[in-house]
Design a binder for this molecule. Structure first.
Ligand code: GBH
Length: 477
């Protein structure tokens, strides 16, 4: 007799890491404590008009003082990994010279707390918070900033390399270069497309120099990676003009970083397309070899795909690339490209929910970098979460988002991809950059008056996935 077949559970490899991610400026607060000096995000958020409601990371979610509780919370949920970033100006206040011991001690205590709870730390050295003094000296468009980053990487590698195995040099250099120096919606808020391309090269150089600095001071078993917000760029049609627009944006979103990092060269099509803005003469002999360090893993951050066409074939209208607030484009030399909203349901950010994009992204980098282990170092969604009268926070939309995207990861693994872990963005609600505290990405709810933490139903759902290695049904919590 036929018994009803159970639905095949979506299971993951036993060693798969189930993590959550945060970044320093978004959670720590304590911006003037223990010798920390301002970063470009302190300056930017304190500049009127730059963030929603003038909000800043001054207090954020006070993680600096509450990290032991936050680690206990993660452990209680069942997470096995945690990705966080280090505030450069907490460790090296001027961005140069000797380190502050108290700054390093904070991160050492955090790491020890994680290890004591069986949670694997992954350290990101740079999540957008350049020491202000280095911006005053020219910031990422200046070559010296890359050397300063290498020095900082060495300091942190020496301090934590004996206990942290997983290292990420930069988080999303695209955002640093193009939102920071071209569209200006991120710190330092500059709107100079030529400078943004110089910034991209010096971020690449910083990655290469930083990776070798880390390796020179750390045990060889440690893993060095970078986290790219590599876009899944799709064209509205197969017309040659639309495909050319797609290639242009793929170069500016992806090739500008993975070209030198993975293949040791900038795409020729990028160099040609940007020649009215720059001659790339700041790419010095030997730079590409320095940037093309063999990596131990690649981190991919994914939220939504990008849909483009040639501008000629697009109806006139507002930009649909999520940066409508700025009159300046984050895409240098791409005036002839139009951006479209991908059809479908959207999150609170206005970003279309499309797990097929995550599958495509993973398969693309499986081809681009054969044999390189991949991690999803960020994925998640903002919703307008509110506690019920009984204090519970129900977020079925986030559970559906996570279920869809983790299923896409699983199917990519079935298709041959080597994905070793997933970090939900974000562990808890936090400072969402120019959107302030209005956009809640957390699996854990934060009451911004009391700073009390309450796991949302998605946190319980995700914790169950972490503990069992399989995705629970979307209705199971
Ligand atoms: C990440 O940035 C950050 O690492 C993290 O700090 C942040 O809190 C989180 O995501 C949520 O925003 O650029 O309009 O074409 C993600 C930034 C968002 C940039 C999606 C690229 C694609 C649409 N990315 N965006 S668009």
């Amino acid at each position: 007799p036929e018994s009803a077949q159970p639905v095949t559970p979506v299971t993951f490899p036993p060693a798969f890491l189930w993590g959550a991610a945060t970044s320093a400026y978004q959670i720590e607060g304590a911006v003037r404590e223990d010798g920390r000096t301002p970063s470009i995000w302190d300056t930017f958020s304190h500049t009127p008009g730059k963030t929603a409601g003038g909000e800043t990371g001054d207090i954020a979610v006070d993680h600096y003082h509450r990290f032991r509780d936050d680690v206990a919370l993660m452990a209680g949920l069942g997470l096995t990994a945690y990705r966080f970033s280090i505030s450069w100006s907490r460790v090296q206040p001027t961005g140069r010279g000797p380190a502050i011991q108290r700054g390093l001690d904070f991160y050492r205590n955090l790491v020890d707390e994680l290890l004591a709870h069986g949670i694997k730390p992954a350290v990101t050295l740079y999540h957008w918070d350049l020491p202000q003094e280095l911006e005053d000296a020219g910031g990422w468009p200046e070559r010296d900033t890359a050397y300063r980053f290498a020095e900082y990487a060495q300091i942190v590698g020496e301090a934590l390399g004996d206990r942290v195995e997983q290292w990420i040099t930069l988080n999303e250099p695209w955002c640093s270069a193009f939102l920071g120096y071209a569209s200006g919606v991120h710190a330092p808020g500059r709107t100079d497309p030529a400078a943004s391309l110089r910034a991209a090269h010096h971020l690449n150089l910083a990655h290469g120099l930083g990776a070798s600095a880390l390796r020179s001071v750390m045990p060889a078993r440690n893993s060095v990676a970078v986290s790219l917000n590599s876009s899944v760029v799709r064209a509205v049609s197969d017309d040659p003009e639309d495909l050319a627009a797609r290639q242009r944006i793929d170069d500016l979103a992806n090739g500008v970083f993975h070209g030198p990092m993975l293949h040791g060269a900038y795409p020729q099509s990028l160099l040609t397309a940007t020649q009215s803005l720059t001659d790339w003469s700041y790419v010095q002999d030997g730079d590409l070899a320095l940037i093309n360090q063999p990596l131990d893993a690649l981190g991919l951050n994914y939220y939504t795909p990008t849909l483009v066409s040639a501008a000629a074939s697009a109806p006139a209208g507002p930009r649909a690339d999520g940066h409508g607030a700025s009159a300046y484009s984050p895409w240098p030399a791409a005036e002839d490209v139009a951006f479209h909203q991908t059809p479908g349901e959207r999150t609170e950010m206005g970003w279309t929910i499309d797990p097929t994009g995550l599958h495509d992204l993973i398969m693309r980098y499986t081809r681009e970098a054969p044999g390189l282990p991949l991690y999803i170092t960020e994925n998640g969604a903002a919703y307008d979460d509110k506690p019920d009268p009984d204090g519970h926070v129900h977020d079925p939309e986030r559970i559906a988002y996570l279920h869809g995207h983790l299923s896409a990861v699983r199917s990519a693994i079935e298709d041959g991809a080597d994905v070793r872990g997933y970090y939900l963005w974000s562990l808890m609600d936090n400072f969402e950059w120019s959107y302030g505290y209005d956009k809640r990405f957390g699996a854990v709810y934060v009451d911004y008056t009391t700073l009390e933490r309450t796991p949302k139903s998605s946190a319980l759902w995700y914790g169950q996935a972490a503990r069992t290695g399989a995705l629970p049904g979307v209705e199971s919590v």
